[in-house]
Design a protein around this ligand. Structure first.
Ligand code: PLP
Ligand code: LYS
Length: 456
């Protein structure tokens, strides 16, 4: 299958362009922007903004397309949703009901995945720095496999498993030194990235794993980065994985499982999103003949397009003469961090049909947090909006809410799930008092501040 083109700079997509490739969203004359069958204004009226909204139908549809892409190759994979992308219990349960397992990177994610009802036997544990405590948790739970990322971690896991009287099923995560062609901050498969075991040390370490007490090496894992829209990096990486399988087997060792990682990208602006069919074809071509179990760990591709963040224009601030005005939203970098962190581009659609049809203009879209980096977009081409206009920031279902903070004492936004014509609050807006409820002021601080205590 041909490679998909890289995103190219240029004119922002129009309202119609954005809607055309997002089947769960539609614009209606009366109801405005509708997600599945729910007018987003109804949610904003009821809960205010900023509010996250997840579409259960989109999660299901995307999971089914992904699973089916592999099924038709005759080599089905087990799909382990990367919990880091969106860890809400309702999201995990929707995916679990479709058959998804989980890829976790902390003890917290492991416990959360199990709390969502995902069986331990469908959970893989990745991550570059698992503590002995987290290893114990995974061993006691009896998860499918632990993806080990270094020789040092392997020794710690062996000691921990031995002390527990348990055996760890281990896949070695290999760093193939392949450029995934993605943003520098989210690439993971290059030699200078912290992730994985150097490719040229993999066979030796696998042999060592086979000797270590408490360790049962079952295979290899790889994850080369995130938001990958071209297939060539996957192909190169998987070809290297296949070479390793042959080299390890030549040593008389068993390789029964291959975890092909996540990373499939979506269309935020005008990229052609990574096609599951193309990924399935790449995996089938490079690894399908090795007779192993196959797994993938997608996060963004499943959840990204399923979520939006609703926000309201607090005010329209005039810029310097001749410069674009600022639309100051009530959402900020503490809610959606991706634009500040990676200069990520997110589509912005007005909720009202009339606004969506207004003439376009160039604006800067910012949040109210005290950081210049609190910017959703510079020089964006958007329909004219005044204070009070509501918008949806698109493709926020992955790495959105999970990366929120309460910086500037801004409570975590409310979360909603829609499914057909139903919607429900899946997490209420955080009460502001909760932000300091757990703060403890030592008595001696108070004393020092009172005249009686000899302070101020
Ligand atoms: C080990 C591992 N697996 C899976 C993922 C999920 O990646 P993505 O959301 O790009 O599919 C990540 C995040 O990059 C990861 O680090
Ligand atoms: N958080 C990143 C991706 C990192 C994926 C985790 N390894 C994003 O929003 O794009």
């Amino acid at each position: 299958m041909a490679d998909t083109p890289l995103p190219c700079p240029g004119q922002d997509p129009s309202v119609a362009d954005l809607l055309a490739v997002r089947p769960a969203l539609s614009m209606h004359a009366m109801d405005g922007l509708v997600l599945e069958d729910v007018p987003l204004n109804a949610i904003a009226d009821a809960l205010g903004t900023p509010t996250w909204v997840m579409s259960a139908g989109t999660l299901r549809a995307r999971y089914r397309r992904l699973a089916n892409a592999f099924k038709v190759t005759g080599r089905p994979v087990s799909i382990h949703f990367a919990v880091k992308a969106n860890d809400h219990l309702a999201v995990l349960r929707v995916l679990a009901a479709e058959g998804a397992g989980a890829d976790v990177v902390s003890g917290g994610e492991l416990r959360r995945a199990m709390a969502a009802g995902i069986p331990a036997a469908k959970i893989v544990f990745s991550g570059v720095g698992k503590t002995a405590e987290e290893m114990r948790l995974a061993l006691r739970a009896g998860i499918l496999q632990i993806n080990v990322e270094s020789a040092e971690e392997l020794e710690l896991l062996s000691a921990t498993a031995q002390a527990e009287g348990l055996e760890a099923a281990v896949a070695l995560r290999i760093n193939p030194d392949v450029d995934a062609g993605t943003h520098a901050k989210i690439t993971t498969g290059l030699a200078n990235n912290k992730f994985g075991i150097p490719y040229n040390r993999a066979v030796e370490l696998y042999a060592r794993a086979a000797e270590l007490p408490g360790i049962r090496p079952v295979g290899l894992a790889m994850h080369i980065g995130s938001q990958i829209v071209r297939m060539q990096p996957y192909r190169t990486a998987y070809a290297r994985l296949a070479e390793l399988v042959h080299a390890i087997r030549a040593r008389g060792l068993v390789v029964e499982a291959l975890d092909c990682g996540g990373g499939l990208g979506i269309s935020y602006r005008d990229e052609t999103e990574g096609a599951p069919e193309a990924l399935a074809a790449a995996i089938h071509a490079e690894l399908g003949g090795l007779g192993t179990r196959l797994a993938i760990e997608p996060g963004r591709w499943l959840a990204g397009p399923a979520g939006v963040l609703l926000s309201t224009v607090i005010l329209r601030k005039r810029g310097y003469d001749g410069m674009p005005p600022f639309l100051v939203l009530d959402a900020a970098m503490n809610d959606l961090m991706r634009p500040s962190l990676y200069d990520a581009w997110h589509g912005i659609l007005p909720l009202a049909a009339q606004t969506a049809a207004a003439p376009v203009e160039t604006v800067h879209v910012v949040g109210p947090v005290c950081e210049s980096g609190d910017t959703f977009g510079h020089d964006r081409t958007l329909p004219h909006m005044e204070a009070g206009a509501r918008v949806a920031l698109l493709d926020c279902g992955a790495y959105g809410m999970v990366m929120s903070s309460t910086y500037n004492d801004r409570p975590l936004a409310a979360q909603v799930m829609v499914d057909g014509n139903r919607w429900a609050v899946i997490r209420p807006r955080q009460p502001v008092e909760e932000l300091w409820a757990a703060d403890h002021v030592p008595q001696w601080v108070d004393k020092a501040l009172t005249p009686a205590g000899g302070g101020l």
